[in-house]
Design a protein around this ligand. Structure first.
Ligand code: HEM
Ligand SMILES: *[C@@H]1O[C@H](CO)[C@@H](O)[C@H](O)[C@H]1NC(C)=O
Ligand SMILES: *[C@@H]1O[C@H](CO)[C@@H](O)[C@H](O)[C@H]1NC(C)=O
Ligand SMILES: *[C@@H]1O[C@H](CO)[C@@H](O)[C@H](O)[C@H]1NC(C)=O
Length: 497
């Protein structure tokens, strides 16, 4: 009896899955779009779960397999989903047709307070929050903050010198500690001494660290937002109390101190003074509670640590393989340290062109975020291939694959900072480590300063050597990040005058 119930259940589900697959395939065939029929129901998401490697690599397989097609349909349970290949279509989705594609494509659950941040917000609430946070990232603010990033980098070098064990490997982890201290100092104004073992690092790490549950949550939220909502999945519940408590402390302490530091805590105080945040055009309102302000802070923390560490690490890894480039960079750094007596100000770092080229190329060859997602919110048509896209469709666009397309970047695996020489400017639509369009990264310039600060101070005192690791997997299994794990970086002290 029980057995036959189970059997019937099993057969029914198999039939259902089969029909779902047929339906997904028919949906795109009808629209004249190729469909990736390997996993008709769960598409490349299934491959992410059952095989090693990062999610962007699974999209990369599609990019290679369907090159020449404007886009390819993929299984995403019951939601129509498209992976875009043609760069003009990519630009259309991310930039030109903002009216149809302003949605991030991920829906956080209402109970997940900390997921209520700019990245996951949509519609008029997103617009209001983005406008309110923009003042934190103006040139004037960044100029004001830069000395803190520089100080963190100086302290980091001291810390490295005191701990020779750190020179011998696990360089990525070590760089995370620098990024955490810099973000805590510059954005949150926490501590005058840089702390490299702060409890915030644990949080920053746990926010992006892959766990089976987080992998599943992220994948479901992207592939089947309705299912994720139904299951009440949350991303950040485990760090909610700690972070809201800590942020509340920072803000209240600042109010009492009554000093201006021009950082995130100051911005929060100004926002709260103003009362309810309002967008007059849409009538949208957001109450600036500690919870919602902490949600923004948590995202800045997550974004300022792992992706920035990834860029510095990738730069080191490539420099350690390319001695000529490393030497040229050392020359620029030494010249500037000597000329300015080791006082590297905002203006000095801003004028270091070769450093900028090295970092730009590091983000070309290894963009920390490998692909982007959007959701169509208004029926539209993609220009190349004349593809009709219905409201509700999930869109995925490549970053890594465009950066590695030999038609766009000849010899894509070669590290060559001269790609970014003046007069060699690449069209924006082919270079997008920070995304594209109105939803592009708000922290781009902040991130570039922090990575430059770390890079120049470490390389003033150390040189780098790349240790290739014998591993079959090149990238960490991660849903959003691109983290190379096939090499490590060794630090070797330099003799400087
Ligand atoms: C190397 C470091 C970083 C990289 C590579 C990076 C990359 C990105 C990318 C690719 C996106 C998505 C853009 C799109 O959908 O078009 C994004 C969004 C975002 N980033 Fe960053 N980011 C970095 C650092 C930061 C930092 C330090 C902050 C803040 C302090 C930050 C804040 C944000 C925010 C708020 C969004 C959401 C924007 C929106 O949806 O309107 N990022 N970032
Ligand atoms: C998900 O997270 C775990 C960490 O617990 C990791 O080992 C695994 O490779 C990740 N990826 C997948 C597809 O499960
Ligand atoms: C506070 O409100 C004023 C007047 O509406 C506005 O100009 C200002 O930008 C607001 N400040 C913040 C931090 O939102
Ligand atoms: C570095 O230069 C800036 C601007 O010229 C100056 O304000 C600052 O005091 C200098 N710092 C040191 C340590 O010399």
């Amino acid at each position: 009896m029980l057995l036959s119930v189970i059997l019937i259940g099993l057969i029914t589900s198999l039939i259902l899955i089969y029909l779902l697959g047929i339906n997904n395939e028919r949906y795109w065939k009808k629209r004249g779009v190729k469909f990736h029929s390997k996993n008709k129901v769960t598409g490349v998401f299934w491959e992410f779960f059952t095989k090693q490697g990062a999610m962007f690599e699974k999209f990369g397989d599609l990019y290679k397999q369907y090159k020449g097609e404007p886009a390819v349909g993929i299984g995403s349970i019951t939601t129509p989903a498209l992976f875009i290949l043609d760069p003009q279509n990519v630009q259309h989705v991310l930039q030109s047709d903002f009216n149809s594609f302003h949605h991030r494509g991920i829906e956080a659950n209402e109970g997940d307070q900390l997921a209520d941040n700019i990245l996951f917000m949509n519609g008029p609430r997103w617009k209001l929050m983005r406008q309110s946070m923009t003042p934190l990232f103006t040139t004037a603010k960044l100029k004001n903050m830069y000395y803190i990033m520089d100080k963190s980098a100086q302290d980091f070098v001291t810390y490295l010198k005191e701990h020779p064990k750190l020179w011998e490997g696990d360089c990525f982890e070590t760089l995370m500690t620098f990024c955490n201290a810099a973000v805590c100092g510059a954005i949150f104004g926490i501590g005058t001494e840089s702390i490299f073992d702060s409890p915030f690092l644990g949080v920053a790490r746990s926010v992006t660290a892959p766990s089976l549950k987080r992998n599943l949550t992220f994948t479901l939220m992207s592939a089947a937002p309705r299912v994720a909502k139904f299951l009440g999945l949350t991303l950040f519940r485990d760090v909610e109390d700690f972070l809201i408590g800590a942020m509340t402390n920072v803000i209240q302490h600042r109010k009492k101190e009554n000093v201006k530091k021009h950082d995130f805590a100051d911005l929060c105080i100004n926002i709260q003074k103003n009362g309810t945040m309002k967008d007059p055009t849409s009538g949208t309102e957001i109450e600036p509670t500690y919870g919602i302000l902490t949600a923004q802070a948590m995202f800045f923390l997550g974004a300022g640590v792992e992706p920035v560490a990834t860029v510095i690490f990738s730069a080191f890894m490539e420099l350690g393989r390319n001695p000529d480039i490393l030497e040229q960079l050392h020359r620029e750094i030494d010249e500037n340290f000597e000329k300015h007596n080791g006082n590297i100000t905002y203006d000095v770092i801003d004028g270091m062109e070769y450093t900028d080229k090295v970092l730009s190329e590091a983000m070309r060859i290894n963009p920390p975020i490998g692909f982007l997602s959007r959701k169509c919110v208004k029926d539209t048509v993609l220009p190349v291939g004349n593809i009709k896209v219905e409201s509700g469709t999930n869109m995925f666009t490549p970053i890594y694959d465009i950066h590695h397309d030999p038609d766009v970047y000849p010899e894509p695996h070669v590290f060559n900072p001269e790609r970014f020489a003046k007069g060699n400017k690449h069209s924006d639509k082919f270079y997008m480590p920070f995304g594209l369009g109105n939803r592009m990264c708000i922290g781009e310039r902040y991130a570039k300063l922090q990575m430059a600060a770390g890079l120049v101070h470490v390389l003033r005192h150390f040189t780098v050597k790349t240790k290739e690791l014998k591993t079959a997997i090149k990238f960490k299994s991660h849903f959003v990040n691109v983290r190379p794990i096939s090499a490590d970086v060794l630090l070797i002290p330099r003799n400087i005058k």
